[in-house]
Design a protein around this ligand. Structure first.
Ligand code: SAM
Ligand code: ASE
Length: 346
């Protein structure tokens, strides 16, 4: 840090400045369907053919494709001075819609929703609150009313939530031996990616997805098939209504949405619903104890400021929330990936 090299030529700052140009280039190629078209095609395709298939200008597509090549998202081979493009292995695996590891819905949510919110980061920092009013013209009173401002937006969010678990859903559910819990409740279980992972990892478990009524109805309609009969549903509001009986409560990406006071209210309800030996599993992105890292957790915490009433926390802060309401034997385990887990017992 601070070497003369850095000060003569601020390489890092120039890279940071272009961060959103890189993101938007990748998002745009996803959104236009470049990676999907190249996955389907048996042979590499020219810019003109790709532009024609995807209904874009030839010049715009030429620039997009060569930017993607320079970002190593595409590979090109020259024939008679014309470039023919194909996907890299990485793009085929993660940027196509149909891949089992697809991050397509993550990219779309970042590009279409989060990008608009981040335009108002200055306002969010000044005011210390989310920016749905400015970004989407909807009142920012209740965050999930804003997040679900139309059915279409709710479905996009539900796809986004699912696509996050393709990377580390299995990892977070195998940190602790959850086979001890036949009856699992996934509070705020949304579109059910973790519930599906849970029943496939633990053949004796039944998972109840608890969520707001319209989320449960949409999950049943679009995300969970009736033959996944070890997944059950319960509609409700976890701040207003009682929660189902269970041996294990999973709260994945729930606590980070809320203020301290609301977190304690929710966790106290979960504690009271637990029988002795009952267990809670929090799944969250963790900040290091000195809060300096990881960068991704820091950026996610800014996103929580923009989109919710919450923030990202350290494992000590999560442990404190759990012990405050009465949970004991707190254990923290890390995956080395994005999400980690904290377990507590009654
Ligand atoms: N647990 C899922 C995951 O990690 O993919 C979804 C996390 S998402 C950030 C938060 C979930 O909590 C959403 O599905 C949302 O509908 C649900 N939720 C928000 N407020 C709720 C409430 N008051 N009662 C029940 N569920 C709620
Ligand atoms: C929430 C999580 C998110 C509420 C709104 C949100 C995320 C984006 N908007 O609980 C999660 C983003 N995290 C990652 C790793 O993509």
């Amino acid at each position: 840090m601070g070497s003369s090299e850095d000060l003569d030529y601020p390489k890092k700052l120039l890279e940071y400045k272009d961060g959103f140009l890189v993101s938007k280039t990748m998002f745009t190629a996803c959104e236009l369907g470049v990676f999907d078209l190249l996955l389907e095609s048996e042979v590499p395709l020219s810019s003109a053919v790709i532009a024609q298939h995807l209904g874009s200008s030839i010049d715009g597509m030429k620039r997009l494709l060569s930017a993607c090549e320079s970002l190593k998202l595409l590979e090109a081979e020259l024939k008679n001075e014309e470039a023919f493009y194909r996907n890299t292995e990485l793009s085929s695996l993660y940027l196509t819609k149909s891949s089992p590891k697809s991050l397509y819905h993550t990219m779309m949510y970042y590009s279409q929703t989060m990008y608009l919110c981040w335009h108002y980061l200055t306002d969010a920092v000044r005011e210390g609150k989310n920016q749905y009013g400015r970004a989407f013209g909807v009142p920012s009173k209740s965050i999930f009313e804003a997040l679900y401002r139309s059915e279409e937006e709710m479905i996009k969010f539900m796809h986004f939530m699912n696509s996050g678990w393709t990377l580390c859903g299995k990892d977070v559910l195998t940190l602790f031996d959850l086979s001890l819990f036949p009856n699992v409740c996934d509070l705020g279980g949304c579109s059910g990616a973790l519930a599906k992972e849970c029943i496939s990892l633990y053949p004796a478990s039944t998972v109840t997805i608890y969520d707001l009524p319209k989320v449960v109805q949409t999950a049943k309609k679009h995300f969970i098939s009736p033959d996944e009969d070890r997944i059950r549903f319960q509609e409700g509001d976890f701040f207003e209504d009682s929660v189902p009986e269970a041996d294990l409560y999973i709260l994945a990406r729930i606590i980070h949405d809320w203020t301290e006071k609301m977190c304690l209210q929710l966790l106290e309800k979960v504690y009271n619903a637990c029988k002795p030996g009952g267990t809670v599993l929090l799944v969250e992105i963790l900040l290091n104890e000195d809060r300096s890292e990881p960068v991704m957790s820091q950026l996610q915490s800014l996103n929580m400021l923009l989109q919710t009433e919450g923030k990202e926390r350290t494992s000590a802060e999560y442990s404190k929330l759990l012990t405050t309401v009465g949970f004991k034997e707190i254990q923290v385990k890390t995956t080395g990936k994005i999400y980690d887990a904290i377990l507590g017992k009654k």
